[in-house]
Ligand binder design. Structure first.
Ligand SMILES: CC(C)(COP(=O)(O)OP(=O)(O)OC[C@H]1O[C@@H](n2cnc3c(N)ncnc32)[C@H](O)[C@@H]1OP(=O)(O)O)[C@@H](O)C(=O)NCCC(=O)NCCS
Length: 168
């Protein structure tokens, strides 16, 4: 994938894969809710009240990044919040199943980390199921390390890892 525009300070980033339709990174829009909810249901097996996305986006609009394909349809997103001073936490992160392993997740993560640096955050944390080897590998490649084991963290009783990375 090739970046044809830079992230900050503009609101969008257009990305042109060599042989695929362009993917655009942009902020969350209220009209994204059904698409984001569908990705969450499929990828994360969770169902949230639709109003949750808007209210979380309101708290830190730049922390909610959407990757959209042609016709501006969301194909992946990363939703970060900041609940601890100078720290971000990745609450939700998923790419539509058929669009994975094309670099969209890496683009979302890189843009998110840039936005954290703009806010002078020094640390980013997240939680992941211990069984989610694909995501753990992705995060490790993006310089996150396991910092804690969260016993029975998920509603079905599965343990989680807390992972974190420092920001230079
Ligand atoms: C985790 C997740 C968001 C990553 O998104 P993604 O778009 O697949 O991420 P990328 O494409 O950037 O990277 C994924 C893999 O594809 C590879 N890849 C990237 N571009 C590629 C390309 N053009 N050709 C082949 N492989 C490629 C990467 O090297 C990476 O491999 P690795 O993890 O073995 O090192 C995605 O797997 C997902 O939605 N999972 C389900 C939801 C989930 O588990 N979320 C995390 C909850 S904590």
């Amino acid at each position: 994938m090739r970046c044809i525009a830079d992230t900050a300070p503009g609101p969008t980033v257009s990305v042109l894969p060599d042989s695929r339709p362009p993917v655009t990174l942009r902020g969350f829009l209220p009209s994204d809710v059904p698409f984001v909810a569908s990705i969450v249901a499929e990828a994360l097996k969770e169902h949230y009240d639709p109003s949750l996305y808007g209210s979380l986006s309101h708290e830190w609009p730049d922390g909610f990044l959407v990757a959209a394909e042609s016709h501006d349809v969301p194909t992946g997103f990363l939703l970060g919040v900041s609940q601890v001073e100078r720290e971000a936490r990745i609450l939700m992160f998923a790419v539509e199943r058929h669009q994975r392993a094309q670099g969209i997740g890496a683009l979302l993560m890189a843009a998110f980390l840039d936005r954290c640096r703009v806010r002078s955050f020094h640390r980013v944390t997240l939680e992941v199921r211990v069984s989610n080897a694909t995501a753990i590998r992705f995060y490790t490649r993006n310089q996150f390390s396991v910092v804690d084991l969260l016993r029975a963290y998920y509603s079905d009783g599965e343990n989680g890892y807390q992972m974190a990375r420092e920001l230079p």
